[in-house]
Write a protein that binds this ligand. Structure first.
Ligand SMILES: Cc1cc2nc3c(=O)[nH]c(=O)nc-3n(C[C@H](O)[C@H](O)[C@H](O)COP(=O)(O)OP(=O)(O)OC[C@H]3O[C@@H](n4cnc5c(N)ncnc54)[C@H](O)[C@@H]3O)c2cc1C
Length: 392
């Protein structure tokens, strides 16, 4: 993917970062922890938390300061996401998908598009996400069928997107379409649009999910949806595939950070429980079988964090980092799954009760292996990059 131009490289003063992370910690303690189970169990949109996240500037976290965003480096952003995810992963999806849309506009948009949209994205006045997946095309994005046909100064769009995060609550999406369905190779016929909700753009079926509750995932339906040609990101057709997958590098760092949070949160819950629960006259933390689990969990969580920060640092230096982001996403998401499963075992029968929190981590962790490129694909990307960097 395109890296940040050198003049746009972002840094943050260590004290400033620490103060920001402190404020996130206080917010989690005061506002998130008391309500997470209510919203997760009822699949209820967390309107108050979203307002607070707007207040804190999270909807502009990675948008440049010149557009009203916080302009945070990817490292700080990853630390924020990991911290929040260690208590409730799903709410990070509400601003992350939105920021991937913003990233596409900031990275590839025309000056007029940036000036028009980014301030409203940064303030949270307009919120949304990324609409790539279709019923027949997830991993194989080039197989999408949604079309945008030029008609005078407009494009007319028809098709269906599925599994789109923030579909119901969001009002604008980065929408991947085919402007030339016959193009060969297929990616040359793909374009990315800024698509606000208006006539011809409706929400379809909402998914009832295993986890990742409270954030809405639904279909988006486009029926003779007409938007101005000015909404074509970058103003030139045929760039959409790279624009859409370009944003995924930051997206992968974000999913890795969510995995880190889930892995660390599972470890925290298991560590507490193992010291409180007694069998055979001593805390289960003193039994070797449990120690082996915790030893592996600590190591996995730490390795996931280091890989994620390594990828984020490469991103912040403006280097190509699809391999590093892929390794972080792959390892951290698998760490989230393994640690949440081990934490379930450490909780014994109580893991199976919704009165305990650990079951949420287990349900949420599995998604991390799917989103922003499945872990099967990540390993192929890592391998291809590795071989390319090491020619025989
Ligand atoms: C909760 C949730 C939220 C989501 N949010 C969004 C969103 O906001 N926006 C959006 O656009 N999409 C979103 N998605 C969709 C997600 O990106 C896709 O589900 C994902 O890309 C996988 O696509 P698929 O489900 O069609 O699986 P498929 O592509 O059909 O894959 C099925 C299996 O085959 C494997 N596979 C496929 N092709 C290959 C290959 N060439 N080589 C090896 N293995 C392969 C996959 O790894 C997987 O194991 C979301 C999905 C979920 C579950």
């Amino acid at each position: 993917m395109a890296s940040l131009p050198k003049e746009e490289l972002r840094t943050i003063d260590a004290d400033e970062e620490a103060a920001f992370l402190d404020s996130i910690d206080r917010w989690i303690e005061r506002e998130v922890k008391p309500v997470v189970m209510h919203h997760d169990h009822g699949d209820i949109w967390p309107a108050e938390l979203v307002d607070q996240m707007i207040e804190m500037g999270l909807f502009g976290a990675t948008i440049g300061q010149e557009y009203g965003g916080l302009g945070l480096p990817a490292t700080t952003y990853a630390k924020i996401v990991a911290r929040i995810s260690s208590y409730w992963m799903a709410i990070t999806g509400i601003f992350n998908s939105h920021l991937i849309m913003a990233c596409a506009v900031e990275r590839f948009g025309t000056p007029a598009q940036k000036a028009k949209w980014l301030p409203k994205f940064a303030s949270g006045e307009i919120r949304g996400g990324l609409a790539l997946t279709e019923p027949n095309a997830g991993t194989d994005l080039q197989a999408i069928r949604t079309t945008a046909i030029r008609d005078g100064d407009d494009y007319v769009i028809n098709g269906t997107k599925t599994w789109i995060s923030n579909a119901i609550q969001g009002s604008c999406f980065a929408l991947l379409v085919k402007t030339d369905p016959k193009a060969d190779p297929r990616y040359k016929g793909m374009s990315l649009f800024i698509a606000p909700k208006q006539d011809g753009f409706t929400v379809g079926k909402k998914f009832d999910k295993l986890g990742y509750k409270a954030i809405d995932s639904a279909e988006l339906i486009f029926d003779n949806y007409r938007i101005p040609a000015d909404n074509l990101i970058g103003g030139v057709e045929g760039q959409g595939f790279f624009q859409a997958t370009g944003g995924l590098e930051l997206g992968r760092i974000n999913v890795a950070a969510r995995g880190v949070g889930l892995a660390e949160g599972s470890l925290r819950l298991a560590t507490e429980y193992a010291q409180l629960r007694q069998t055979m006259g001593k805390p289960i933390a003193d039994h070797q079988a449990i120690q082996l689990k915790i030893g592996e969990m600590v190591t996995r969580a730490r390795a996931a964090r280091l890989l994620t920060l390594d990828a984020a640092e490469a991103y912040d230096r403006g280097e190509r980092c699809d391999m590093e982001a892929g390794m972080a996403k792959y390892f951290a998401s698998e760490a989230a799954v393994r640690n949440s499963e081990e934490a379930m075992r450490i909780h014994g029968g109580y893991a199976y009760s919704k009165e305990y929190e650990i079951e949420r981590y287990y349900r949420d962790a599995l998604l991390m292996c799917i989103g922003e490129g499945t872990n099967e694909m990540q390993r192929m990307i890592i391998s291809k990059q590795w071989v390319k960097r090491n020619p025989a």
